[in-house]
Design a protein around this ligand. Sequence first.
Ligand SMILES: Cc1cc2nc3c(=O)[nH]c(=O)nc-3n(C[C@H](O)[C@H](O)[C@H](O)COP(=O)(O)OP(=O)(O)OC[C@H]3O[C@@H](n4cnc5c(N)ncnc54)[C@H](O)[C@@H]3O)c2cc1C
Length: 512
Amino acid sequence: MQKLLQLRLDVEEYMNVSMFENILAKKSNIDKNSLSYCVIKESLDCRKSPLYNVSVIVSNDNDLPNHKIAPLLDIKSNKSVIIVGAGPAGLFAAIKLLQHGIKPIIIERGSCIEKRKVDVANINRNNEINTESNICFGEGGAGTFSDGKLYTRSNKKGNIEEVLEIFVHFGAEEKILRQTHSHIGTDKLSFIIKNIRKEILLHGGEYLFDSKVVDFIVKDNTVKGVKIADKGEVYADKVILATGHSARDIYQLFYDRGWKIESQNFAMGVRVEHPQQLINQIQYHSKHPSSLLPAATYSLTCNANDRGIFSFCMCPGGIIVPSMDRPNTMVVNGMSNSLRNGEKANAAIVVSVKEEDAKQFHSYGTLSLMMFQQEIEKNMYIHKQIAPGQRITDFMENRLSSSLVKSSYIPGVESVDMNDMLPKFVCENLKIGFKNFDKKMRGFITKDSMLIGLESRTSSPVRITRDADTLQHLTLKNLYPCGEGAGYSGGITSSAMDGINIANKIIEQWGM
Ligand SMILES: Cc1cc2nc3c(=O)[nH]c(=O)nc-3n(C[C@H](O)[C@H](O)[C@H](O)COP(=O)(O)OP(=O)(O)OC[C@H]3O[C@@H](n4cnc5c(N)ncnc54)[C@H](O)[C@@H]3O)c2cc1C
């Protein structure tokens, strides 16, 4: 017999297992010794003193839901699909194809995760940037060195549960299935991505690493395969293009060939770093919040001057990382480990950027916003991977910080006045945003908080347009633009969902 319980519990009642089980036994009238249970939803309500909202299925005969995914099959057809890009969009498309016995050939410009880890460490340790294997490029895609947040607002675009269950199948903790704001963490993601590779290879899928796609083989407006730099050509029945939003050479290729693309608004700003303890105190409304509580997060947004100003990719207990894919440019992003136990909290605070902001690049047409993004990344470069930094209080007053707060950013930070480096409209709107956020979270503007720039890779400045019914590119048949780089998703989960959607469409078109 199963029963659904909806509970509102204080932190100790939920986190202390024995206390929690006593409550379940009492509420369900099931003897504690024969009680089995499965928490299906968990969220933390911090509007006042923190309380957990928990939905639990309890049972006295162990008939609880299980979360098995459809198995990957050995290849059973002579059809194959090239997938360009081994990020969440590409990998989840590959998994779905193999669930139907269709061969994926995954072509990735970056390296396998083992080698990629060394390349990423080299950015921090030796200031060496491998332009093909870095925080943006390589097996697992852009979110591999991330907080691994799995929250998405795009729940109408696909099956979130399926994505989460696939992550659990490949090694993520089951708790991600129940948490409203679940995350995986960098330390666990690389292991999961390796498990995905092992199973794809086991069933006959193929991986080509260190293989940059530089062109498509096209006949009568139909894509037949791809050209790989220095490695020749690969042919398949269809091609999924899941190259992420940092593959500017792919956008350039489409532009040069006259294949349909559109420009797309994105957002730009800085990473803001606070002591995690301060964020905990603000969010949990207490000078000494319970140590049982997780590192607190926030999500802030406001509008001014017809623009959105918002926090993005908040990483509690995390670090700021160098995320450029080429030398002489500055881009940062954030990541956390699964425990989120670092001393700092960082988040992007960004301002929306529109086509009219990139007037000086209008001659580049649909690439004007991309050129603008690239230009600011160059302007923010100081030397090596040293990031420009400023205390938030000094930024608000337009003055250089005479000293900086210790940051989690390993290559080092140098004092600058962001007002001189960032576009004027970004600074003005950031200031409005910070004031607004300080009203919502008293203490947000503090001398103990630092701004570190530049946060520019929030979403794609270009969209590779596809047909709404067939999901194929508007001018190139058999090519399926997919994921964040194509402008159809933002974040790990929605990109994975888009990969699954594309694979499902191909399976449907083949009647398999
Ligand atoms: C540091 C960091 C932290 C992040 N944190 C989070 C987070 O916590 N939660 C979240 O939801 N999102 C996060 N994101 C965003 C998230 O990673 C992306 O939204 C997501 O990875 C997009 O998936 P994708 O598969 O569409 O593209 P990507 O993940 O960008 O993958 C594209 C892949 O294509 C490859 N590629 C590009 N061009 C070529 C080519 N010409 N030939 C062959 N291969 C090519 C790239 O090397 C890359 O591996 C973070 C991003 C970064 C950089």
